[in-house]
Ligand binder design. Structure first.
Ligand code: ZN
Length: 505
C-alpha cells in the first residue's frame, strides 16, 4: 500500500487541525453509508494543527476483496482490507471522518468501528469526452471524484459523431480528420445558430495509458467505449469507404447533436477488419476485462439500401436489418473473446438477438436491463430515468438558475430512489452486476459544468451502488453528504450544485 500514502498525506495535512469536542458524543457521517458503524473507545486526540495520524493497514484474507474494517477505538487508526482496494476504500472513509473533525472544530477523532463492503462489484461513472473534450488533467480530477465516492469503474466515451478522441496509430486520419468538427451548435437541438469555430481534441496513446495508470492507483478500472455501428460520423469522415455510401460521399464530423443515418457498412468486410484493428490498439492500452462497443442508436435505413449489406443478409439468410447489427456485434464479441475480453453494449444490442455472454447496459429506463436479466445476460443499470446526469436537477431550471442541461428533471431525491432489483426474481437479480451514472456532454462544455451536473448526484449513485442493502432515509443521506462530503468538495474546489440538496420544484 506504499503508493497510497503520498496521495493522502498532503490532503490530510490541509484538513486536520485542533478544536474541542467538549465531551459531547460525536457521530460520523459517511457516504456511501457503511454496513455498520459502532461507536466506542477513546478515539485519537488530535496533536496539533496539520497532524497526520499514522494509519496501520493490513490485508485480511477473511474479508471480501473490497471489504474493509476501520477501527479508531484504541488510540490509533487501523484499516484492514480484503485486498489493497479494500484498504483504499477504508482510507476514503477515514478521509471523510477527518474532514468532519476539521469542519466541526473537534479535538479528537471519534472512536469508531466501521465494517463495510459494497453491494455491487461494478460501480460506474461515464464521461462523454466527444461532444465536448476534457483534458487529461480534467479526466484525472473526474477519476479523483469517483474514488472519493468509492466508484470503481470509469467508462470513457471516446468515439462519436462529433469527434473521434482516441489516437489509433494504424488509422491516423481518425484523429487528423475525425477529431475536429468545423463548428458547434449553439443552444438546444433545433437551434439554427452555430458558433463558426472549429472544435477538436484527442488523447494520444501515451495519455490514455497515463489515465489508465492513474485510475489503477485508485483501484478504478477504465472501460473504453468504441461506438459501432452507429455514432460513426467522425470515423466515416476519416475513412468514407467504411460507410454504405462509400468513398466519395462527403461524410462529415457532425456539428449538431442527435442520431444520424450514417453508420458503418455492416456488409463490407473491411469494416470488420477496421474495427478489429482499432480494438487491437485499444486492448493494448486498456487492460480492462470489458470493452464497451456501443451498439446504440444505429438507424438501419442505409443498410436497407446498401447492396453490400443486402448481399450479406441474403448470404446469411437474414430477414431483418436488426440481424445485421446482431451479426456485427457478435462478430466483434467473438474477436474480443479471442483476446480474453468481454463486451458491454447499450441495450439496443438486444435487438436482433445477442449472445448470453454480452453484458447489457440498460439506458432506456430499466426496461432493457430487466429484459436482459430475464434472458440470462448480465446487466449494468444506467437508466436515463435516474442516472443521466445531463438532465436538469429541478423542475424549473431557468427560474432556479441552473446551467444548460439536455432537459428532464432529475433531482437528487429521484437518483437516490432507484431500485435496481425492481420487477426481478432472485435468479434474475443475480444478473444485475452494477449501477452506473452517465455524463453526456452535448450541453456541457466545461469541466466546471461537468462537476455541477455530477455533484452531488454522484453521491446518490454511490449510495445505490455501494450501500443498496443499507440505504436509510433520504433526509439522513442528505445530512451525510453535507457533513461528510461537502467539506471535501469545498477543500478540493469542486463545483457542486448547492441547490440540489433542497427539494425545490
Ligand atoms: Zn452497407
Amino acid at each position: 500500500m506504499k503508493h497510497i500514502f503520498p496521495l493522502f498525506a498532503f490532503a490530510l495535512a490541509a484538513l486536520v487541525s485542533c478544536g474541542g469536542n467538549n465531551g459531547e458524543p460525536v457521530n460520523v457521517s459517511v457516504v456511501p453509508n457503511p454496513v455498520s458503524i459502532e461507536y466506542g473507545g477513546r478515539g485519537l486526540k488530535m496533536k496539533q494543527a496539520g497532524w497526520i495520524p499514522a494509519v496501520r493497514t493490513s490485508i485480511d484474507s477473511g474479508l471480501a476483496a473490497e471489504e474493509y474494517i476501520l477501527d479508531t477505538r484504541k488510540g490509533k487508526v487501523v484499516i484492514k482490507g480484503g485486498s489493497d482496494a479494500g484498504v483504499f476504500w477504508g482510507m476514503q472513509t477515514l478521509y471523510q471522518i477527518l474532514a468532519q473533525v476539521e469542519n466541526k472544530g473537534l479535538d479528537r477523532i471519534p472512536g469508531v468501528l466501521i465494517k463495510d463492503k459494497p453491494a455491487f462489484s461494478y460501480r460506474g461513472a461515464h464521461l462523454d469526452c466527444c461532444r465536448h473534450f476534457f483534458s487529461v488533467e480534467e479526466v484525472k480530477t473526474y477519476i479523483d471524484m469517483l474514488a472519493l465516492h468509492k466508484i470503481n469503474v470509469f467508462h470513457w466515451h471516446l468515439t462519436e459523431d462529433q469527434g473521434w478522441r482516441a489516437e489509433i496509430k494504424r488509422y491516423p486520419k481518425l484523429t487528423e480528420i475525425g477529431s475536429v468538427r468545423s463548428e458547434t451548435l449553439v443552444g438546444h437541438y433545433g437551434s439554427d445558430e452555430y458558433d463558426g469555430t472549429p472544435y477538436g481534441g484527442f488523447y494520444t496513446q501515451d495519455e490514455m495509458r497515463d489515465v489508465v495508470a492513474y485510475a489503477a492507483e485508485r483501484f478504478i478500472t477504465v472501460i473504453p467505449e468504441i461506438e459501432m455501428p452507429g455514432h460513426a460520423s467522425a470515423a466515416l469522415a476519416s475513412y468514407p469507404e467504411l460507410g454504405c455510401r462509400g468513398a466519395g460521399y462527403p461524410y462529415k464530423v457532425q456539428t449538431t447533436w442527435g442520431v444520424f443515418p450514417e453508420v458503418f457498412c455492416a456488409g463490407n468486410p473491411e469494416t470488420v477488419t477496421f474495427l478489429e484493428n482499432v480494438l487491437d490498439e485499444i486492448c493494448d492500452i486498456f487492460p480492462s476485462e470489458y470493452i464497451h462497443i456501443g451498439g446504440d442508436e444505429a438507424p438501419r435505413d442505409e443498410w436497407e439500401k446498401c447492396p453490400k449489406c443486402q448481399a450479406l443478409m441474403k448470404e446469411k439468410g437474414f430477414t431483418r436489418e436488426a440481424e445485421l447489427q446482431s451479426y456485427l456485434i457478435t462478430t466483434i464479441e467473438k474477436y474480443l473473446a479471442g483476446k480474453g475480453r468481454k463486451i458491454i453494449g447499450w441495450d439496443e444490442i438486444l435487438d436482433g438477438g445477442v449472445s448470453q455472454s454480452a453484458t447489457v447496459m440498460s439506458w432506456r429506463g430499466a426496461k432493457g436491463g430487466i429484459e436482459a436479466a430475464k434472458m440470462g445476460n448480465d446487466v449494468i443499470m444506467t437508466p436515463n430515468s435516474h442516472f443521466y446526469l445531463d438532465y436538469y436537477q429541478t423542475g424549473n431550471p431557468k427560474e432556479n438558475g441552473e446551467p444548460l442541461g439536455i432537459g428532464g428533471n432529475l433531482p437528487l431525491r429521484k437518483c437516490y430512489s432507484f431500485d435496481p432489483f425492481d420487477q426481478l426474481n432472485d435468479e434474475e437479480k443475480a444478473h444485475i452486476k452494477g449501477i452506473q451514472a452517465n455524463m453526456w456532454t452535448e450541453y456541457v462544455a466545461t469541466f466546471d459544468h461537468v462537476q455541477h451536473m455530477t455533484l452531488p448526484r454522484l453521491a446518490a449513485l454511490a449510495e445505490v451502488a455501494w450501500s443498496n442493502d443499507n440505504r436509510t432515509d433520504y433526509d439522513g443521506f442528505v445530512d451525510r453528504i453535507i457533513t461528510g462530503l461537502m467539506p471535501i468538495y469545498n477543500t478540493r474546489g469542486y463545483n457542486y450544485a448547492g441547490y440540489a440538496f433542497k427539494d425545490i420544484e
